[in-house]
Design a protein around this ligand. Structure first.
Ligand code: ME8
Length: 641
C-alpha cells in the first residue's frame, strides 16, 4: 500500500454530557499508539472529535433547556480541556457540526444516490435512542434493543436507504481474507455471525431530527447520525479539502473503538467504503469496557468518574499509567481507585522511582555525580540483554495493540535493574579498591538502563520520561526509537539529585502480610535450617495434596495493598484463597490461568476471608516472584505429584 501516514482514530464522542474515564481510556490508548509511531519516526495522523447530531443530543439539550449547538459548544470546550490535561497529542479534532464535515457528508450522499446505492423508501422498524440504532423487528430480543437490551420505539416513515445488502458477500470475503481486520479475534467472530444472518438495507435518513445534516435536495430529511458520524474519518483525513493529504493518509491504520460500537465500524462502515470505492481501514480494534463492579461506566447510568479530578489528585502520568497498564487491552476491567493507588505505590514509586533514586545516589556518592566510563567486556551484559529484550517486547506488543504487555515489558526492565543493584552490590564494590572499574561499569549500566526505560515509557507517560532524562543529564532531543540502542549515554554526563518521581500514597494501614510478601498467606516462611539434610521420604512428600487449579475470579482485598482474593476451580470444587501477590500481579493477569494449589493446607482467616489453601510461586529473594503452573493444558483438579 502506498499510504505514507500512520492514521489512528478514536470514536467521536457525543457531547451530550461531560466525558468520563471510559472516554479517557480510549483516547489515552490512541494517544500512546500515536506517540509510539511518531517515536519510530513515522508520519502520524491522530484524530478525535465530537458527534453532535441525532436524537440523543436533542433530548440531552432539551433536558437542560438548551439548543443542541449550545450544549455541544459548552461540552466540547470541556472535552478539549480534558484532552489538554491528559496531554492528548491529537492532530485533528473534528466536530460533525463543522461545515467541512457537512460538505463531505452531502457530497458522498449525492454520489451514492447517483450511483444507485441510495434510494428512497418506507422505513418500518424500531429505534434505540441511547445507541442511535435502527432495528428491524426480526432482530429485536424480547422486544428490546439486541445490543443494549433497552426499550425501542416504533418508527414508520419515509426514509432514504443505503443498499448495504449488496455488499454482504464482499464483506464476508473481506473478513476471510483479512483475519486481522477486526480485533480481538472474538469480535471478528461476532461480526461474521451477524453478517451471515443477512444484511438488510440501512435506513440513513430521519424526518423528525431537527439538528442533523440535511439530505441534499430534500431538506425535510436529515442524514442518520451514524452515517454522518462514520464519515468523520474521511473528513479528518482530508477528503475533499486536502486531496494530497488524503492520499497519504487514507485508509486508516486503526479505528480504536469500544466493543459496543464495533458493529458500526466493522459492518456498516466497510460497506459504505466499498460503495464509495475507497480502501478499507487496516484494523478495527474493539477494546473492552471499564466497569464499576459489573456495571459499565456510562453517562446515562450517571456513575461518572471525572478524569480531571483523578489527574488533580494523582498527576497525569499516574492516571495514564493506570489506564494503560491495569486492564489487558481488549478485555473488560473493573475500575478502582485503590488499584490506581497501588499502581502508583508499587510500579511507579517503588520500582521506577526507587531505581532512579538509588542510581543517582550511587553515582553521586561513588563517583561525584559523574557518569563513569564504560569498559565494555568487564561486566557481564545481563542488564544490556534485559534492555534489548524489553525493546523487542515493546515493539511486538505495540504492533498487536497489547498496550498492557508493552508496559509489562518495561516494568520487567525496571525490575531487572533493581535486581542488578542487589546482585552487584555497588556499595561493596566501592569499598574494594581493586573493583573500581567493575563499579564504573555497574554504574554506567544502571544509568543506561534508566535512559532506555525513559524512552520506552515516552509513548505512555508524558512528564516522567523527560524528568528521568534530565536527571541523568540527557535532553529531550534524544527521545527517538533508535536511541533505545544500548550505549548512548556519554561518560562524563552529570546526574542531579531530584525530588522523588512519584510519592507513595498512604492508602490504608499495612495489612497482615507486610512482613511476608510471599504468596503464602499467613503461613510462616519455611525454616530452611529445619529441613533434614537427608531429605524427606516420598511418603512425607505425598502428604501434600497439590492440585492444578484454574483461577475463575480474582479481586483485590479491601484495605490490604498486597492481597488478592482468588476464586479457584479445583475439579468439582470451588476454593477461595487469599494470596500476598498483589504487588506482582494484577487481578486481570490471573483470571483464566492455571496455578498449583496446596489443597490440604489448614484454612486460615485473612482479613476476615477464609483462605482455603495456598498457591505456589517462585521467588528469588530480591523481590521477583513468578507463579508456578502447568506447562500445557491440563484439567483443573489434576494432582501434582
Ligand atoms: O458511541 N469503558 O459516542 P459515545 C471503556 N458517538 N470505554 C468507554 C466507556 C467505558 N465504560 N464508556 C465510553 C458514540 N467509552 C458515538 C461514536 S464514532 C463514528 C461515533 C468510550 O460518547 C469507548 O470508546 O457514546 C466507546 O466506544 C465510546 O467511548 C462511546 O462514546
Amino acid at each position: 500500500m502506498s499510504r505514507q501516514t500512520w492514521f489512528i482514530t478514536t470514536p467521536i464522542y457525543y457531547p451530550s454530557d461531560n466525558l468520563h474515564i471510559g472516554h479517557a481510556y480510549t483516547t489515552v490508548a490512541a494517544d500512546a499508539l500515536a506517540r509510539y509511531h511518531r517515536l519510530r519516526g513515522e508520519e502520524v495522523w491522530f484524530s478525535t472529535g465530537t458527534d453532535e447530531h441525532g436524537q440523543k443530543m436533542e433530548r440531552a439539550a432539551r433536558d437542560q433547556g438548551l439548543e443542541p449547538p449550545a450544549l455541544a459548544d459548552r461540552v466540547v470546550s470541556g472535552v478539549k480541556d480534558l484532552w489538554a490535561t491528559l496531554h492528548i497529542s491529537y492532530d485533528d479534532f473534528v466536530r460533525t457540526s463543522e461545515p467541512r464535515h457537512a460538505a463531505v457528508v452531502q457530497a458522498l450522499f449525492e454520489q451514492l444516490k447517483r450511483q444507485g446505492d441510495i434510494y428512497k423508501g418506507e422505513y418500518a422498524g424500531f429505534y434505540c435512542e441511547p445507541d442511535e440504532a435502527l432495528w428491524l423487528e426480526s432482530r429485536l430480543v424480547d422486544g428490546n434493543c439486541p445490543d443494549c437490551g433497552r426499550p425501542v420505539t416504533r418508527v414508520t416513515e419515509e426514509s432514504y436507504f443505503f443498499r448495504m445488502s449488496r455488499y454482504q458477500d464482499r464483506l464476508l470475503q473481506h473478513f476471510r481474507d483479512h483475519p486481522d481486520f477486526v480485533e480481538p479475534a472474538s469480535r471478528l467472530h461476532e461480526m461474521v455471525n451477524f453478517v451471515e444472518q443477512g444484511l438488510e438495507d440501512l435506513s440513513i435518513s430521519r424526518k423528525d431530527v431537527r439538528f442533523g445534516i440535511p439530505v441534499p435536495d430534500d431538506p425535510e430529511h436529515s442524514v442518520y447520525v451514524w452515517f454522518d458520524a462514520l464519515l468523520n474519518y474521511l473528513t479528518t483525513a482530508g477528503y475533499l479539502s486536502e486531496p494530497s493529504r488524503f492520499s497519504r493518509t487514507w485508509p486508516a491504520s486503526v479505528h480504536l473503538v469500544g466493543k459496543e460500537i464495533v458493529r458500526f465500524h466493522a459492518v456498516i462502515w466497510p460497506t459504505i467504503l466499498m460503495a464509495l470505492g475507497l480502501p478499507l481501514p487496516d484494523r478495527v480494534f474493539g477494546h473492552g469496557w471499564l466497569l464499576l463492579e459489573d456495571t459499565k461506566i456510562s453517562k446515562s447510568l450517571g456513575n461518572l468518574i471525572d478524569p480531571n479530578a483523578l489527574v488533580g489528585r494523582y498527576g497525569v502520568d499516574a492516571v495514564r499509567y493506570y489506564l494503560l497498564r491495569e486492564v489487558p487491552f481488549g478485555a473488560d476491567g473493573i475500575y478502582s481507585e485503590r488499584a490506581l493507588v497501588e499502581r502508583i505505590n508499587v510500579d511507579l514509586a517503588n520500582d521506577l522511582g526507587n531505581l532512579l533514586h538509588r542510581t543517582v545516589a550511587m553515582v553521586t556518592q561513588f563517583n561525584g555525580g559523574v557518569v563513569p566510563p564504560y569498559r565494555a567486556g568487564l561486566e557481564a551484559p545481563s542488564l544490556r540483554r534485559a534492555a534489548e529484550l524489553a525493546v523487542a517486547a515493546v515493539e511486538e506488543a505495540m504492533d498487536r495493540l497489547e498496550l498492557h504487555r508493552a508496559i509489562m515489558a518495561i516494568q520487567g526492565l525496571v525490575r531487572a535493574a533493581n535486581r542488578y543493584i542487589e546482585d552487584r552490590r555497588p556499595w561493596a564494590l566501592h569499598r574494594d579498591p581493586g573493583a573500581r572499574e567493575f563499579l564504573d561499569d555497574v554504574l554506567y549500566n544502571l544509568v543506561e538502563a534508566l535512559r532506555v526505560t525513559a524512552i520506552l515509557l515516552s509513548p505512555f507517560l508524558v512528564e516522567t520520561p523527560e524528568r528521568i532524562l534530565s536527571v541523568l543529564g540527557h535532553d529531550e532531543a534524544e527521545v527517538r526509537w533508535d536511541a533505545t540502542a544500548w550505549g548512548a549515554t556519554v561518560p562524563g554526563s552529570v546526574v542531579t539529585a531530584t525530588d522523588p518521581l512519584f510519592r507513595r500514597i498512604d492508602s490504608h494501614a499495612d495489612e497482615d502480610l507486610a512482613e511476608h510478601p510471599s504468596p503464602r498467606g499467613e503461613s510462616p516462611e519455611p525454616d530452611a535450617a529445619a529441613v533434614s539434610p537427608s531429605g524427606i521420604s516420598i511418603d512425607e512428600f505425598r502428604r501434600l495434596d497439590l492440585r492444578v487449579a484454574l483461577v475463575r475470579e480474582c479481586v483485590r482485598v479491601d484495605n490490604a495493598d498486597r492481597l488478592l482474593k482468588l476464586t479457584l476451580e479445583v475439579g468439582e470444587e470451588t476454593r477461595t484463597v487469599v494470596s500476598g501477590i498483589a504487588a506482582h500481579y494484577a487481578p486481570a493477569d490471573l483470571v483464566g490461568r492455571s496455578v498449583v494449589l496446596v489443597a490440604n493446607l489448614k484454612p486460615a482467616t485473612i482479613r476476615q476471608i477464609r483462605s482455603e489453601g495456598m498457591i505456589l510461586a517462585a521467588s528469588d529473594g530480591d523481590g521477583s516472584l513468578s507463579i508456578v503452573g502447568p506447562w500445557s493444558d491440563i484439567a483443573a483438579g489434576s494432582r501434582v505429584t
